[in-house]
Write a protein that binds this ligand. Structure first.
Ligand code: BTN
Length: 242
C-alpha cells in the first residue's frame, strides 16, 4: 500500500485520476494525493469542497479478489484505519457515523467515498477516496455547525504527510487482517467506534424516517435497526440524524 504515490498540486478529483491510472495498469496500492480539487465528489452525487492547502484529499487503488457483495466492506476498513490513525497522530477518539463519516465532537471531519470498477462477473478494482479536514481553521457559516477539522478539534496544526503515512500503515495492517481473517474483526472494530451504537436513532431516507435502536451492521455494511416492536429493519441508504 502506498508503494506508488502520485501527487498533483491541483486536480479535478483524485477519484478521476485514480480511474485513469487504473486504465493504464497502475499497481494495487497506488495512492493519488492532491493539494486541491476543483471537482471533489462526495457520496450520493454530492460535491466535496475543500480549501486548498489545508486538508487531505486522496484516493487509494485496491485490486482485491472480492465479490460484489464484499466490496463495501473496504469502505468500513478505510474508516477504522482513519480512526486509528487520528488516535495515533492526534490523540483524539474519533467516531464513525454510519456508513462512513468520521466525526469528532458531533461534527464531520472526514468523508469516505468508495467506487467500484467492475464488469458483471467480477470486481476489478476499488477506489477508496478519503477527504479529511486537517488544518482548516474556519468553515463557511452554513457548515460551521456540522463540520470540523483536526486542528479545530485539537488546537494543533498537523503535518498532513504524517497523517497520510499513519492512515496507510493502519490500512495496510487492517487489509492484511481482512484478507486472512475476513470482515468480522473489522466489523467489531467499526462497531466499537460507531456513533450512537445501541442507541435510539432516526434514519431519514426517501422512504421517510425510521426510528429504533441501532444494532450494528451486517456483513454487507447494511445498518440494522430494531424498532419498538423488536422488529429488525435493514437500512441500505439513509442519513442518520446526529
Ligand atoms: C462524503 O462524505 O460524501 C465522501 C467524501 C469523499 C471526498 C474524497 S476527497 C478525495 C476523493 N476525491 C473525491 O473527489 N472525493 C474523495
Amino acid at each position: 500500500i502506498g508503494q506508488k504515490i502520485v501527487y498533483h498540486p491541483e486536480t479535478s478529483s483524485t477519484q478521476l485520476i485514480a480511474q485513469q491510472l487504473l486504465h493504464q495498469g497502475t499497481p494495487e496500492g497506488t495512492l493519488v494525493v492532491t493539494n486541491f480539487q476543483t471537482a471533489g465528489r462526495g457520496r450520493l452525487s454530492r460535491v466535496w469542497l475543500s480549501q486548498p492547502g489545508d486538508n487531505i484529499a486522496m484516493s487509494l487503488i485496491l485490486k482485491p479478489q472480492l465479490s460484489m457483495q464484499q466490496f463495501p466492506q473496504l469502505t468500513f476498513l478505510a474508516s477504522v484505519s482513519i480512526v486509528a490513525a487520528i488516535k495515533e497522530v492526534v490523540g483524539i477518539d474519533a467516531q464513525i457515523k454510519w456508513p462512513n463519516d468520521i466525526f469528532i465532537d458531533g461534527k464531520k471531519v472526514c468523508g469516505v467515498l468508495t467506487e467500484l470498477v467492475s464488469d458483471p462477473e467480477e470486481v476489478k478494482a476499488v477506489i477508496i477516496g478519503m477527504g479529511i479536514n486537517v488544518n482548516q481553521a474556519d468553515f463557511a457559516p452554513e457548515i460551521k455547525t456540522i463540520a470540523t477539522s483536526l486542528r479545530l478539534a485539537s488546537g494543533e496544526t498537523l503535518q498532513r504527510s504524517a497523517l497520510i503515512q499513519a492512515i496507510l500503515t493502519k490500512f495496510e495492517a487492517f487489509y492484511q487482517q481482512y484478507l486472512t481473517e475476513g470482515f468480522a474483526p473489522i466489523k467489531r472494530n467499526w462497531e466499537e467506534h460507531a456513533l450512537q451504537f445501541n442507541k435510539h436513532i432516526k434514519a431519514r431516507s426517501l422512504k421517510g424516517v425510521l426510528e429504533g435502536e441501532f444494532k450494528g451492521i451486517t456483513d454487507d455494511g447494511v445498518l440494522v435497526l430494531q424498532d419498538a416492536n423488536d422488529e429488525l429493519h435493514y437500512v441500505y441508504s439513509a442519513d442518520i440524524e446526529v
